[in-house]
Design a protein around this ligand. Structure first.
Ligand SMILES: [Zn+2]
Length: 246
């Protein structure tokens, strides 16, 4: 079973989504939303397809206006829906149109919702390390229910996550063989590892990706960590089961 812990099937165009939805066995996709519109699409997908589950979030780069009514809508989307396995992506991004304070306030609302609904947080982070860890630490004593998605930082950042037993998801960008990401991938214990494509946004060799590219991530990670494909598959499977609860 290959699990893609973070992809955006809800934003694939019809040509590329067909082969993904035609998959029956051997794959499980965590479809991630970025605003209320994509959340509704994701809910439709996870309702219809047994191999898709939803992670609903409000991306810091989303164009949609945020208000407290937005949180209420998300509560309605998520409450009592077994197809929703996480909240996110949520977090901080230095490219966002909102100020860091506005972004932090939204992020905090979603952390509170995740605690209330007992779901893990799918974290998007492009900000100063201390700010992001500071906000998380205001609410959480450890990171067992946090997924640091699309890991692109260095070993030092990884060690701060591991010190609090967080989950780290490596994406298709490992194929670019950046030294610091490679080092982090080698260092991470199998017990904290998840794998994802972040498709279609993550481009590989200049092309938009699909969740079916997840196989390349597993192959690369197995080689980098010098373990068999079976070992990586079963480690990611049991980590995903523990974090997402499916
Ligand atoms: Zn994403």
């Amino acid at each position: 079973m290959l699990i893609d812990a973070h992809c955006h099937i809800n934003s694939l165009v019809s040509d590329t989504v067909k082969p993904v939805l035609g998959k029956k066995d051997g794959y499980l996709f965590v479809d991630v939303s970025i605003d209320t519109e994509s959340s509704l699409k994701s809910l439709g997908l996870s309702e219809k397809y047994s191999f898709i589950c939803s992670s609903l979030g409000f991306h810091p780069l989303a164009d949609e206006e945020f208000s407290l009514a937005t949180i209420e809508r998300y509560r309605e989307f998520i409450e009592d829906n077994p197809n929703v396995v996480a909240i996110g992506e949520v977090g901080l991004d230095y490219k966002a149109r909102l100020s860091s304070l506005e972004q932090s306030n939204i992020f905090r609302e979603f952390i509170k919702l995740s605690l209330e609904l007992k779901l893990p947080i799918m974290l998007h982070n492009r900000w100063h390390d201390d700010v992001i860890f500071g906000i998380l630490d205001d609410y959480l004593s450890d990171y067992r229910n946090v997924i640091f998605h699309c890991f692109s930082e260095d070993v030092h950042f990884l060690e701060r996550i591991l010190a609090k037993n967080g989950n780290v998801s490596f994406s298709l960008n490992i194929l670019r063989k950046k030294r610091k990401i490679d080092e982090a991938l080698k260092e991470i214990p199998l017990d904290n590892l998840l794998l994802e494509t972040d498709s279609p946004y993550m481009k590989v060799y200049g092309e938009y990706s699909t969740p079916l590219d997840i196989e390349k991530v597993y192959n690369y990670a197995a080689r980098a960590k010098n373990v068999s494909l079976d070992e990586i598959e079963s480690a990611v499977y049991s980590n995903a089961k523990r974090v997402f609860g499916f």
